[in-house]
Design a protein around this ligand. Structure first.
Ligand code: C2E
Ligand code: MG
Ligand code: MG
Length: 716
């Protein structure tokens, strides 16, 4: 009994084989790039798609054969042959996904895969319920095995070498390879079929006969559909993957820029105070270990203000650039120069075997800076006054070294400028005004002179006030209300910040408890923590006990920390922050973008929110750089699943832009200045009531709405 073949179905089977091969090549590339559970998912999906593809090719090939008798199939064996196909495909794809492959491994894999394909084929044939059973012609069976093994080797080799890259040439090569592979698989199949001998007068025992043509077309279509679906998913997924890779690269880049900006002076490119402090701490550590000494110098230009005022800022900037250039020129390889404001520079000068070396270096610097400058065609003279303090003779702590150098610099100015002075312990450390101020500050807490003002945090989605930041003020008996920037640094220096910070936390939580009781159910309060406070051993316990005392849910408290406070001791920070997070307290990074932002460390910390510093917001809409930075911070936050608050929003235009950039929350004078508790409460009521009214009036169309200005409610 000689079988006949339906040419259309044969063609269909070859097409399925080619497309299955193409899918396999595409997936091999995908599996090679993916890792972890994603890789396993792709492997499983790919194996199923490719296995079903190869198996349908085979099954359509069998159905393409017509015998004078109707055929039926044993279902369990048929399913078994499908499983063999899937396992074999999984094996092949995972082989190709390996980073590197040795020749013996390659040969073994080719044989295993070839045997798998052969097993699938003959199992599929065994599923035909025919009596007497099919006999096989041994030389042709051997030929089919040889073809299967060599086709598998070729297929694995091609797939392994064509898996990476996305160039047009590779795509063409992949297309050609799938043609070769498809034809080879079909070749193996039809050789195997040719090996089959059907006995004359054989009959099919199975009760069910099928219409071969329709079954083949149905299986063919299902297989093709599946393969195409897999292909489209792989292509789409690869596209997404490459987009998110680009995105991550851009973020890293912007992060690096931010970092650089945060650490350097924008005019001269020299390190700024932040970076200088870092270097100074490092210098102290090193000098302590090696028993060396070094000098800190403060360089201030005499009469710079005069030049700036009379010749304009352009000339002033140009002069500063030239001065910075000369200072850099005068530095040794281990020295550091920073610009820390207007016309003031800070230097670390190392390798001082004795004091005289510092004298020589300072004298040389004066000589260099004293030479005339040519600025915008005009010859200028800008003489320096230099103050010097020595480690370890004058001080061993960074802050003291700088303040001593500073005092010595004032001494140099008094001594007639264009000169340098060393710090002498006779230099008065504190002016009487400062001493008075410090004494006042010490008395302020027991005297109850501190107050908290509250500034709203507004959700850009609901346009409601969802939180308040507590900001401390000092009601000085003589000088009136003093803003925090004027006394927090001194409080830090003197350690007063610790009791003050405790008071702020307690007062803010107490007030929040009252508001919760008065109907502001989910209101949050944000409290600023200084770096010193953050370093206190008992911080976590203190926060816990205050929350407990007033029965305030920890989720309603947010602690704001600056990047530098968090990053100065990343390990300890992670520990403390995790403890706070476990308690349920939220952590926000304050003034984000201005400090030491290290993305990889930030990622590891349990932070809830970033607050974009207001310096990036104030020029929003005018400065394209700022817009790019805000956009980058928002997408950074989205990647890290953090909330974002924009600080210092003063206009509807800024708000509109922030809304478009996808920012979640804002704070700023546009909504309200910080106000005392008694004032903020009615304000909050009115503001949120107005938001509710707008939402009700808008109905479902709120998504289409532009900026709704809370003008009627804004404070003056
Ligand atoms: P911050 O935490 O970044 O607080 C925001 C500051 O920006 C507040 O200044 C606020 O009045 C001001 N601000 C808000 N909206 C706008 C706006 O639209 N435009 C402008 N130009 N400014 C706006 P404030 O109250 O003077 O506080 C200054 C800084 O003092 C705070 O910056 C914070 O770092 C620190 N501070 C305030 N209270 C405390 C406290 O209790 N403890 C500690 N450790 N630091 C505090
Ligand atoms: Mg803050
Ligand atoms: Mg801030």
């Amino acid at each position: 009994m000689q079988p006949l073949y339906n040419p259309a179905l044969v063609a269909l089977s070859v097409i399925v084989a080619i497309i299955a091969s193409y899918t396999a090549l595409k997936l091999a590339a995908r599996v090679a790039r993916a890792q972890g559970s994603l890789g396993r998912t792709w492997l499983a999906g790919g194996a199923a798609a490719m296995g079903i593809g190869i198996w349908s090719m085979h099954f359509i090939g069998v159905l393409a054969m017509t015998l004078p008798i109707p055929l039926s199939y044993n279902i369990p064996i048929t399913i078994g042959s499908l499983l063999i196909a899937i396992l074999t495909s999984g094996f092949a794809i995972s082989f190709v996904g390996r980073p590197a492959i040795t020749l013996p491994r390659f040969a073994v894999s080719g044989v295993v895969m070839g045997m798998g394909v052969t097993a699938m084929h003959y199992a599929g044939m065994a599923a035909i319920d025919i009596t007497p059973a099919i006999r096989y012609d041994p030389p042709l069976v051997a030929a089919s095995i040889v073809i299967a093994v060599s086709a598998s080797c070729v297929a694995l080799w091609l797939a392994f070498h064509l898996r990476g890259g996305a160039s047009r040439r590779l795509a063409l090569a992949r297309l050609a390879a799938s043609l070769v592979m498809g034809l080879a698989i079909a070749g193996m199949h039809y050789t195997g079929m040719a090996a089959a001998r059907f006995a004359r007068g054989a009959v099919c025992l199975g009760g069910m006969t099928l219409n071969n043509g329709w079954l083949a077309i149905t299986i063919g279509l299902i297989a093709l559909g599946l393969l195409v679906l897999t292909l489209v998913t792989a292509v789409f997924d690869a596209h997404l993957e490459s987009r998110s890779r680009q995105h991550a690269q851009r973020l890293e880049q912007i992060n690096a820029d931010l970092h650089h900006r945060a650490m350097h002076d924008s005019l001269t490119g020299l390190p700024n105070r932040l970076l200088f402090m870092e270097r100074l701490h490092a210098a102290i550590d090193q000098a302590r270990q090696r028993l060396e000494s070094f000098a800190v110098m403060v360089v201030d230009l005499d009469r710079f203000k005069l030049i700036n005022d009379s010749l304009g800022h352009g000339a002033g900037d140009e002069l500063l650039l030239q001065v910075a250039g000369r200072i850099e020129h005068a530095l040794g390889p281990d020295d550091v120069a920073a610009r820390i404001g207007g016309d003031e520079f800070l230097l670390i000068v190392r390798r001082l075997s004795k004091r005289e070396v510092a004298v020589q270096r300072a004298a040389a610097l004066i000589e260099l800076l004293d030479r005339p400058y040519l600025v915008h065609g005009v010859e200028l003279h800008a003489t320096p006054s230099i103050g010097i303090s020595l480690y370890p003779d004058d001080a061993t702590a960074a802050a003291a070294l700088i303040s001593h150098a500073d005092e010595a610099m004032y001494g140099a100015k008094q001594d007639g400028r264009n000169t340098f002075r060393f710090f002498t312990s006779g230099t008065p450390v504190f002016t009487p005004e400062r001493l008075q101020f410090e004494n006042d500050l010490r008395r302020a807490l027991p005297a109850g002179q501190f107050q908290l003002h509250y500034q709203p945090l507004v959700s850009l989605g609901s346009e409601r006030i969802v939180g308040l930041e507590a900001l401390v003020r000092w009601a000085h008996p003589v000088n009136g209300l003093i803003p925090p920037d004027a006394f927090i640094p001194l409080a830090e220096e003197t350690g007063l910040i610790v009791p003050l910070g405790e008071w702020v936390l307690r007062e803010a939580v107490r007030q929040l408890h009252q508001w919760h009781a008065r109907g502001f159910g989910a209101l949050r309060v944000a409290v600023n923590l200084s770096a010193t406070q953050f370093r206190q051993e008992d911080l976590v316990a203190a926060v816990g006990s205050v929350l407990e005392q007033y029965g305030v849910p920890p989720g309603c408290l947010e602690l704001e920390l600056t990047e530098s406070a968090v990053m100065s001791h990343p390990q300890r920070s992670a520990h403390v922050l995790t403890a706070l997070q476990r308690m349920g307290v939220g952590i926000a990074i304050d003034d984000f973008g201005t400090g030491y932002s290290c993305l990889s460390q930030l990622k590891r910390l349990p932070i809830r929110k970033l607050k974009i510093d207001r310096s990036f917001i104030c020029d929003l809409g005018y400065d394209a750089d700022d817009e790019a930075i805000v956009q980058a911070i928002v997408s950074l936050a989205r990647t890290l699943r953090l909330a974002v608050t924009a600080e210092g929003v003063e206009s509807a235009d800024q708000l509109d832009l922030l809304r478009r950039l996808g920012c979640g929350e804002y704070q700023g004078y546009y909504c309200s200045r910080p106000r005392p508790a008694a004032e903020i409460e009615p304000f909050m009521r009115d503001f949120n009531a107005a938001a509710s009214r707008r939402a009700a009036a808008d109905g479902g169309a709120s998504g289409m709405r532009g900026v709704v200005a809370p003008l009627a409610l804004r404070s003056g």
